[in-house]
Unconditional design. Structure first.
Length: 527
């Protein structure tokens, strides 16, 4: 069969839709990785242990010119992409490849049939875990609407292809095609599918979200926004709630739905005590461990070893989580949680946001880049990533922000800002927020237990903070009181407030006055 989108005239062996067991065998036979003592398949990605954000490019043409947020997206011409495409085809000639045909999106109305070509058997297993498998009957009539070609051995030529380095992740939205070269980091594949949906779904009135979602026993759905390292995967994997998904979702007129069929969790310092569901999920046959060091002849995973990267990863199907949703769908949310890892240690562990504040913080997307998540990041660094996922948002942030605001208002959603970062001082001085306290606060928020408690208004940031919550150390609720030097806290909090105001200047012409007034109150004093 000659693929119309990626027609290799003289292919080598193309392995199609192999099972988990077959991909294990092929990976070991090809010496791509090792089997850990726990049964997981392990692989090392080499020089790229995180996303190559600076090597992503989008074709700039008549269709995308006015629809892509070019301040945030690097562009190449249609001619440059065509040359890259032809060189990818030539590179694929005679090569052994793996083809997986899968769905992206649990809502059948918005489901995206996707074909993924890869050079590695373990990449094929990874994407099988992360996307939604198709039944044998559906495969017989499968027609791809989106294609990803992942060739780690391909090296781009900046002079010919209009890119910056030999590494490339190039998307042509009109061709519905993404080309990935010179990186073995498997996460590029899943994020390419997410980026494509972030471009196409808003036109259909669907809000694409970089978030986790879980559901309570009464069907109360909660959305968790947050970048890598903020606890999005960990906090959504709650044994008392059903997990709908841990990373990428849509919110449509039908409710929420998972884009994926699996999870891609950070492994560094993973413990059975703090994260039992995730620990069990990655320590079994079928899971893929990326850049996790194996100890000794027994090949036991050492989740505390960050010698290869702090961004060690585990990929596993949602079915490996005991309380995972079987449908990947849920009702309209009752709560939205925005997670931030505040490296300055000045934000409270939990705050309640008004709808205007929710849009302000969603567009701000304040957090800290965590070590290893991207190349060159070796320690937490304060950053603003709009919509909690700027690298994957091809349209202007206001498109997503306004969609979210409309949905919050329509469905009367409670919104919370949760700091999983530092307390008692900035990074290097204070300590990481205790996860037990975070879980207790979240549980109280999602259950409605905070409806009757006393709140104070933060004097700088303006949001409401609970004064006392049952089962939580009261001291931790007031970050200023956790610092040894209150004056140092005040200076640091005002510095962060200034950063919020400066960052938000780019959105001022795209939002209403009430959203502007949701900025830290320091701004009002400055005016």
């Amino acid at each position: 069969m000659i693929d119309k989108v990626f027609p290799i005239e003289n292919p080598g062996t193309i392995h199609r839709n192999n099972s988990q067991a077959e991909l294990y065998e092929l990976s070991i036979e090809r010496k791509e990785g090792q089997i850990a003592s726990t049964g997981a398949l392990t692989a090392i990605t080499g020089q790229h242990t995180g996303r190559s954000a600076g090597d992503k490019f989008t074709v700039r043409d008549m269709t995308t010119e006015d629809n892509v947020w070019w301040d945030n997206s690097k562009s190449i011409t249609s001619e440059q992409f065509e040359r890259l495409y032809q060189d990818f085809l030539a590179h694929a000639e005679g090569r052994e490849l793996f083809c997986q045909e899968l769905y992206v999106g649990a809502d059948k109305k918005y489901q995206l049939p996707t074909r993924v070509y890869s050079e590695y058997a373990w990449h094929a297993l990874f994407i099988q875990n992360l996307m939604i498998e198709i039944s044998e009957a559906e495969l017989e009539k499968f027609e791809a609407e989106f294609t990803i070609v992942d060739l780690p051995s391909f090296k781009a030529d900046p002079a010919l292809h209009g890119v910056d380095t030999e590494t490339v992740i190039a998307a042509d939205f009109n061709r519905r095609l993404v080309l990935i070269g010179n990186t073995s980091y498997a996460g590029e594949m899943k994020k390419s599918a997410f980026t494509f949906l972030n471009y196409t779904l808003p036109e259909r009135g669907v809000m694409p979200m970089h978030c986790s979602i879980n559901e309570g026993a009464t069907g109360d759905t909660a959305i968790f926004f947050g970048l890598s390292g903020t606890g999005k995967t960990t906090l959504s994997a709650d044994p008392h709630r059903t997990l709908i998904g841990d990373d990428e979702h849509g919110w449509s007129e039908n409710g929420v739905f998972n884009f994926e069929g699996g999870c891609y969790a950070k492994m560094i310092k993973l413990s059975p005590e703090a994260e039992p569901e995730i620990h069990d999920a990655v320590n079994r046959f079928g899971a893929v461990l990326e850049n996790v060091v194996l100890k000794g002849r027994r090949r036991e995973p050492d989740f505390d070893d960050g010698s290869l990267t702090e961004n060690t990863r585990g990929a596993y199907p949602l079915s490996f989580i005991p309380n995972a949703s079987k449908t990947g769908t849920g009702d309209h949310p009752k709560n939205i949680v925005m997670l931030t890892a505040d490296a300055f240690g000045v934000l409270p562990p939990l705050s309640k946001l008004s709808p205007s504040q929710a849009m302000y913080h969603f567009l701000s997307g304040y957090t800290a880049k965590v070590a290893g998540t991207e190349k060159g990041v070796t320690e937490p660094t304060a950053t603003f990533s709009t919509c909690y996922g700027a690298p994957f948002m091809p349209r202007h942030p206001s498109v997503y922000g306004n969609l979210l605001r409309e949905l919050i208002a329509k469905h009367n959603v409670d919104c919370w800002l949760v700091n999983t970062g530092w307390t008692g001082g900035k990074y290097g001085v204070g300590n990481r927020m205790p996860i037990k306290e975070t879980r207790a606060l979240l549980s109280a928020a999602l259950s409605g237990a905070l409806a009757g408690v006393e709140f104070r208004t933060d004097p700088i940031f303006g949001f409401d903070v609970p004064v006392a919550v049952e089962g939580v150390d009261t001291k931790i609720l007031d970050p200023r009181g956790t610092w040894d030097d209150p004056d140092a806290y005040d200076a640091q909090a005002k510095a962060l407030a200034d950063m919020f105001v400066e960052n938000f200047a780019t959105f001022e012409s795209h939002v209403d006055r009430d959203v502007l007034e949701a900025a830290p109150q320091l701004r009002a004093a400055a005016e």
